[in-house]
Design a protein around this ligand. Structure first.
Ligand code: YZS
Length: 259
């Protein structure tokens, strides 16, 4: 049974995450199917893609598959990590991706949603950034993305508290482009998608790539990069990182001692 379902109608692609047993955890298998689906939509000249969860999902996605996080000593969000790869896929697609969100969004799934071009949510949407709860040092490209979407202080609060941002506040903070009643989420989303399909795909593709380049245009000297990597290595080498994963697997709250 595929973890990803796809549909393409009138230039509108739909990619549905469908692994309810694991709350649409972004496992390597689910992500491989998702990347394949994005590539196929590109081949079939979709003009816009809607990324959504299966009908009735209480959890849009529970984020990186914690059971697949590497053992301490290896970067948990390295360049070739499956989550990082799908984020790049979405960024480099020539057509806009709309995240249609009902339910809770966790960790790397927040990054996936924020990497989409437009987010439309219903009142039960909420966003929780979990690295601090798992002892994970989030990566610079992800931190920059949250800074761009939220602004520095709200991004810090989201990462430091690991508390949920509910739909209304997410709309106020600019995470959600639109907050609509659950009953009209699908109609509203596909109306906006249809609107995009009537515009020039060439013009939109050029502007999407320009937005990507401008949003990432933060100068980072090699020294700055190495300092960040050094800070991150201390964390993913730590007992806290080990404790974060172990506590999840043992279904108990983590006890961090800062070592
Ligand atoms: O025990 P079984 O085998 O039935 O499986 C359970 C969960 O283990 C599994 N599952 C996951 N497995 C791997 N990775 C996940 N992220 C994950 N989430 C869930 O799905 C089965 C049902 O889970 P329950 O907990 O029983 O479901 P429920 O009581 O409805 O609670 C749903 C939530 C989403 C609230 C709960 O599953 C949860 O808290 N999941 C973890 C959310 C999380 O912390 N995700 C962040 C993962 N980390 C990242 O994305 C990045 C590395 S970072 O942390 O840096 O942002």
């Amino acid at each position: 049974m595929p973890f990803i379902q796809t549909r393409l109608e009138n230039h509108i692609g739909t990619i549905t995450m469908n692994h309810p047993e694991h709350r649409n955890a972004l496992s390597e298998v689910l992500i491989a199917e998702m990347i394949e689906a994005f590539e196929a939509m590109k081949e079939q000249k979709a003009r816009v893609i809607v990324l959504r969860a299966h009908a009735g999902a209480k959890v849009w996605s529970s984020g990186h598959d914690v059971k697949e996080l590497p053992t301490p000593g290896r970067d948990p969000l390295g360049y070739e990590d499956s989550l990082v790869r799908v984020l790049r896929t979405v960024q480099y697609l020539t057509m806009p991706v709309i995240a249609m969100i009902g339910g809770s969004v966790w960790g790397g799934a927040c990054d996936l949603a924020f990497t989409c071009d437009i987010l439309i949510g219903s009142p039960d949407a909420e966003f929780t950034m979990t690295p601090a709860k798992l002892g994970v040092p989030y990566n610079p490209s992800g931190l920059l993305r949250f800074m761009n979407v939220l602004g520095l202080n709200s991004a810090k609060e989201m990462f430091f508290t690991a508390q949920p941002v509910q739909a209304e506040r997410a709309h106020l903070q600019g995470i959600l482009n639109h907050l609509v009643p659950a009953a009209s989420l699908e109609t509203f989303t596909y109306e906006l998608a249809r609107n995009i399909t009537c515009n020039s795909p060439l013009s939109i593709a050029a502007m999407k790539e320009s937005f990507r380049l401008l949003a990432n245009a933060s100068p980072l000297t090699p020294n700055m990069f190495e300092r960040i990597q050094g800070l991150r290595r201390k964390v993913y080498d730590s007992g806290d990182y080990r404790e974060g994963i172990q506590s999840f697997l043992e279904k108990r709250p983590p006890v961090f001692n800062g070592e």
